[in-house]
Design a protein around this ligand. Sequence first.
Ligand SMILES: Nc1ncnc2c1ncn2[C@@H]1O[C@H](COP(=O)(O)OP(=O)(O)OP(=O)(O)O)[C@@H](O)[C@H]1O
Ligand SMILES: [Mg+2]
Length: 308
Amino acid sequence: MDAPAHENEALSHWHIWLKYKDKICPFLPDRRDLASQIEFLDLIADSMHSYMFKVRIHEQIYALKLYTIPDPGWTSSDKMSRVEDIVTSKDPFIAESRVYDCLAEYELEGQVGPKCHGWLTISREQEQALDDRFNLTNGYTSNDVGLIYELKKMDRRQWLGFRQSPENTSDPVRGLLLDYIDGAGIGKGTLNASAAASLRSQLDRLHSLDIAHGDFYPRNIMVSKDGNPYLIDFSSAKLWPCRGFQMKKRRFDGYMRDERCALEYYLFQLQKLKRHRELEISHAKSDEDAYGGEVSWFVEGFKHEFVD
Ligand SMILES: Nc1ncnc2c1ncn2[C@@H]1O[C@H](COP(=O)(O)OP(=O)(O)OP(=O)(O)O)[C@@H](O)[C@H]1O
Ligand SMILES: [Mg+2]
């Protein structure tokens, strides 16, 4: 029976993951066995919903993306099926897990994005140690737009450690273990013609699985120091059929086309830089030519990220 969400008090993103993981991510290895052997080396990046760590396990270096525990966010009148539908498509950990699962199913792991070795959870002790060492819980969490603006100006975080929903004390922090990319976002990277072709092919392969990246910005495309490019960050990915397109495949296809336009625009921005003078990564003559029409104001907003 489809009971209202509040009647099921054990319900959380974690519980929904446990309930559906075998069905929606059958190809993604469960590597919870590795958790106790993780040596945390560095905090690489933080954002609203994740912390990226450089870690070592058995002499091997990896990137470990740990997701914050979200506030469940549903109300007592929401139906269970609707809540589960939203969580299994929108929870950043689950969305990203589904993409890596799909890539594994089609034997594209390591060919689109970095290889993902599986999912795991960390213990409360590990979580606490990370919080202490990297000062993750710094007293700020807010949806207050004014406060966020002020904190950003001061270059401070507005979020609060792993737990945005502290009462959910029993749910563990979840993570994905990825190949470590020693590199930078494409805005600062150097691509040759075959690396540019690889990026086009990675995006095409992703799209061929009916997956839109969903967050296709320069910071989510990396280039390693030895010149290999990677799509990263599938935590906002949209896997067709999905919400938000009024179930019209044509709209979804249009969204994917916009991502391909954005990639051509980014490649053209790189082509214009001094460091790409001797390299051929785009034959476009202008921004509009690269994008294939009037450039979306949103994509254009990233222009300043491409610097020599
Ligand atoms: N496999 C990797 N190896 C090394 N560094 C990585 C790897 N994946 C991501 N990074 C770095 O960590 C940053 C954050 O990762 P990611 O984009 O996946 O997290 P996010 O929380 O979804 O970020 P945002 O929402 O800000 O885009 C990236 O911008 C990149 O600099
Ligand atoms: Mg990102």
